[in-house]
Design a protein around this ligand. Structure first.
Ligand code: FAD
Length: 355
């Protein structure tokens, strides 16, 4: 019998597994044939510690030392832009993200395709980075394997509570462990139900992404991530092309998400309204599910009804930027160690807040 059995091989499950394997044996079961197939393989891969609700921001800031020492970050910067009428919204973004207000001319120096006739307000800061998310997951997976195993293609189809822990079946095999970690992303409530634990009302929300060719004659590699007022759309340079998202958040059931053409078109139109260069060609598109609890904060820690069931879910749109500190918190709680975080943050992410 293992000490811990983790369901879910995205960033949540692999990072939790890496921490737990430092002091216990771990098995991670992933339904798909590869790690990071769902939300974790479809993100914008940004580390912006001022993004998200309060506890997420606290976890993201608490992740800074590990990120900056990791070699996983590349400077990106973040730019908000608005048109006439967007000034109040821009002022809110500038305060929230601690941006420097910019004139349209200054913003155009950072993003040469901006249309200075239409963009009237902007704010920018350097403190946002691209994350090598594939390498991040692979590193955590390697650390997990130091004291455990990862089984892919292993969809958990039954979970049984025993006197000493849990028995889980997947791919015809049975796995036993003392403690179950629910890191199943959009499926986390379904896993809870299968384990006899009350679901939390987690809501998966679809977010779509188009990868389009960079405007002719431009090299976008040094452009900042750029967002429209009210986060109505965003653009992020991606290996010589552009990612453009309509920043949609459409509630849905857990599934292998795909992008809706009309929704993608809205995002592209939002971008085109602020620049001088229309989008000429779509290279690819996809969607992923960002899964939220009702208060927008993640759910990390033991279920009040059964301390042998650990939640590691509800990371919303911030699962990478918060993972270093979130996984440390989970392991500290599992090991009975005092976490380094402010107790208010621990309470804000605790499953006990829904009891
Ligand atoms: C378009 C988009 C942009 C984003 N941008 C960012 C960003 O810039 N920065 C950031 O920090 N975050 C971002 N996010 C959010 C981030 O991607 C998520 O918060 C994170 O990936 C969630 O990780 P996870 O491990 O909880 O979920 P997932 O990656 O979905 O992993 C859950 C896993 O559980 C597995 N599973 C489910 N049921 C079972 C079962 N019965 N048996 C076995 N396995 C099972 C699934 O197959 C899945 O692989 C973005 C998300 C999207 C969609």
């Amino acid at each position: 019998m293992d000490d811990f059995l983790i369901i879910g091989g995205g960033i949540a499950g692999t990072s939790a597994g890496a921490r737990l394997a430092q002091f216990c044996t771990v098995t991670l079961l992933e339904a798909e044939t590869a790690l990071g197939y769902h939300a974790s393989g479809r993100s914008a891969a940004l580390y912006e510690p001022n993004y998200g609700p309060a506890a997420i921001r606290a976890l993201s800031h608490a992740s800074a030392d590990e990120f900056h020492a990791s070699g996983l970050l590349t400077p990106r910067g973040m730019l908000f832009v608005g048109k006439a009428g967007d000034e109040d919204t821009l002022a809110r973004h500038i305060a929230e993200f601690e941006l420097e207000p910019l004139s349209p001319a200054e913003a155009t120096r950072l993003l040469p395709v901006l249309d200075p006739d239409r963009v009237t307000c902007a704010g920018h800061h350097e403190a946002a980075w691209d994350v090598d998310t594939d390498l991040m997951i692979q590193r955590y997976a390697r650390a997990l394997r130091q004291n455990g195993q990862i089984v892919t293609g292993a969809r958990v189809d039954a979970i049984r509570r025993t006197a000493t822990g849990w028995e889980v079946t997947a791919k015809g095999a049975t796995y036993a462990a003392r403690v179950l970690v629910n890191a199943a992303g959009a499926w986390a409530d379904e896993i809870a139900k299968a384990a006899g634990i009350a679901p939390l009302g987690l809501i998966p929300k679809r977010r779509s992404m188009a990868r389009v060719a960079a405007p002719e004659g431009h090299d976008p590699r040094s452009w900042p991530m750029t967002l429209g007022a009210g986060e109505a759309w965003y653009m992020k340079p991606d290996a010589g092309a552009l990612l453009i998202s309509p920043a949609d958040a459409t509630p849905c059931d857990p599934h292998d998400a795909w992008a809706d053409d009309m929704t993608l078109a809205e995002g592209i139109a939002g971008w085109e309204e602020h620049v001088t260069t229309p989008v000429a060609r779509m290279l690819a598109n996809w969607a992923g599910l960002r899964t939220f609890a009702s208060d927008g904060e993640p759910v990390i820690g033991p279920a009040p009804a059964d301390p042998a069931f650990l939640w590691c879910a509800g990371q919303g749109g911030y699962g990478f930027q918060s993972a270093p500190a979130a996984s440390r918190l989970l392991a500290d709680l599992a090991a009975g160690r005092a976490p380094e975080l402010d107790p208010a943050v621990i309470a804000a992410v605790s499953p006990a807040r829904f009891a």
